[in-house]
Design a protein around this ligand. Sequence first.
Ligand code: 6PG
Length: 240
Amino acid sequence: MSLPAGTHVLPDPDAVAREAAERLIVACGETGGERIAVCLSGGSTPKRLYAILAGDDYAARVPWTRIHWFFGDDRAVPWDDPRSNVRMVREAFGHGSAIPPTHLHFMPSDEGIEAGARSYERTLLDHYGAGALDPARPLFDLVLLGLGEDGHTASLFPGKPAIDETHALVAPVPEAGLDPFVPRISLTVPALTSARHVLFLVTGEGKREPLARIARGEDLPAGRVKGEQVAWLLDEAAAG
Ligand code: 6PG
């Protein structure tokens, strides 16, 4: 099976999570500035990574006081709802995690998705320290992403307008393309690609088809997040 450029195949989901943890540590080490910006992925695949970072093997190596954690997308549900990425991330890192509370930047979906998207864009630009992105200075040090069986990433679904956004960094997504069918807020391609490193974490047989479609050059949302900074970490089941 052909695979997207920048693919690394690892034996199983645990090895994918550990490789991602190592790369996160390296990306943090490369960042000279005081603050490091990491964009978190939702979905189920990255839970293992978040737990590993907070666990005994890694916690002492993560520069918790320097990292600011942002979200690639979220569902417009209360933060304690089982569909919320805030809830997933909090549970996966563990409630007693070393993340300073002001370093976890949630998407304010309770304001409504349009206002929430505008407000999150301000949060990103305030952190970045400018009114617009400079191609020479990426917004994120590391972006983590997943892949849906329909080829979506973050909450950018095939055939929905948010995928074609070329200016705004954050977009409202009134209609999700897959379950859970609740409105979402999502970072856009310009925001997700403004990164020193992008890591897709993809595990399981169900991902073979979208991976093959992207490798063939089909125009799917995850395939639009491309560039030299993009790497795909796959387990053997996904790689086929
Ligand atoms: C979300 C995501 C989404 C996810 C993919 C893959 O909040 O749902 O950000 O893009 O990464 O759907 O999800 P799995 O990891 O659960 O397969």
